[in-house]
Design a protein around this ligand. Structure first.
Ligand SMILES: [Zn+2]
Length: 322
């Protein structure tokens, strides 16, 4: 924590009567004092709420109604479809530079979902802070001094945290009368993109939410139709698979164990990918702020053993109480 103070950065957690609120506030100075919220809920203290992507564990529903919210155009669109209400915050195209109250913020793609964004900016002592959200592809991330990142597959001793996407198994599963279980936002669009990349040109049928998200967020994805119509290739959320006819071949696209046949396709970096990201971004301090549970602590311990400096969110003791 002392290192962070030298770098002019103060991470803060918030607590209400219900316990800790998600994720972090980052306090820093440029010309004046700023507090940026990272994937947290609206609050009086923060000047801006940076939303990295539209998964429900990375924004509060209430963030939709806050003018302080900042999200990419595609993240905002996905949030509007998922929440059924208008996003009133600031939007941008991933790659744009933003001026937020005199602070220049750069935006970087992370390949996790459509519209997913990492944010970086500098404080008054020249410290570069990078907040990534969830990451699938770290190759576009810049070097930084303070890295705020995820640890979804951050357990060095869990074999399930080391994997490669099994595109071969996915390709082998492409046949008539198949159904892929994929979450509506994120995995479903990855599945459509993969099918088209692998040369599948026929109609893909999807449940209505996955279809709306795919049509609104992706272009040139070939023929797509609603599940009500007959189709040979289906993509539905994993829990819908049991409702589909028994004669279909059913697969879930996931890195986790499940009751159907599974194909390893993930929206995240695996453990080795996380280590490579930290190595390439070369921060003086890494803050592991996601997901809830023990993984941020496990990855922080490992990084500290390897000579990096890392802090899990549970060790952040600066707390604002509301
Ligand atoms: Zn996510």
């Amino acid at each position: 924590m002392k290192k962070l103070i030298d770098l002019g950065v103060l991470p803060i957690r918030r607590r209400s009567s219900k316990g800790y609120t998600p994720h972090l506030l980052i306090l820093f100075r440029s010309e004046k004092r700023h507090v940026f919220g990272i994937d947290t809920t609206p609050n009086e203290d923060s000047h801006r709420l940076l939303i990295t992507h539209a998964h429900s564990d990375h924004y509060g529903r209430s963030a939709m109604a806050s003018k302080k919210s900042v999200a990419s155009e595609k993240t905002a669109k996905a949030l509007e479809i998922l929440c059924g209400r208008r996003f009133v915050g600031t939007t941008f195209k991933v790659g744009d530079n933003l001026d937020m109250d005199g602070v220049r913020i750069r935006t970087h793609p992370t390949g996790h979902t459509i519209g997913s964004t990492a944010f970086s900016w500098e404080n008054e002592v020249g410290t570069t802070i990078l907040a990534t959200g969830d990451v699938k592809d770290s190759s576009h991330l810049p070097r930084c001094d303070v890295l705020v990142t995820e640890a979804t597959y951050g357990d060095p001793y869990d074999p399930q945290c080391r994997f490669k996407d099994d595109i071969g198994a996915f390709k082998d599963a492409i046949r008539e009368n198949v159904a892929f279980g994929a979450y509506s936002f994120g995995k479903a669009q990855r599945a459509v993109k993969l099918l088209r990349m692998l040369g599948y040109g026929e109609e893909i049928v999807m449940d209505s939410k996955s279809l709306e998200l795919t049509r609104e967020l992706m272009e040139h994805m070939g023929p797509l139709a609603d599940l009500g119509e007959n189709g040979k290739m289906r993509i539905v959320p994993p829990r819908y698979l049991n409702r589909l006819p028994d004669h279909l071949d059913k697969f879930v696209l996931t890195g986790r164990s499940c009751s159907h046949q599974r194909i390893q396709i993930s929206d995240h970096l695996d453990f080795d990918g996380l280590m490579e990201m930290v190595h390439d971004c070369n921060p003086e301090v890494t803050i592991l702020y996601h997901p809830p549970g023990g993984r941020p602590t496990k990855l922080a311990q490992y990084l500290n053993e390897k000579g990096f400096t890392a802090i899990p969110i549970d060790a952040i003791t600066n707390v604002m109480i509301h």
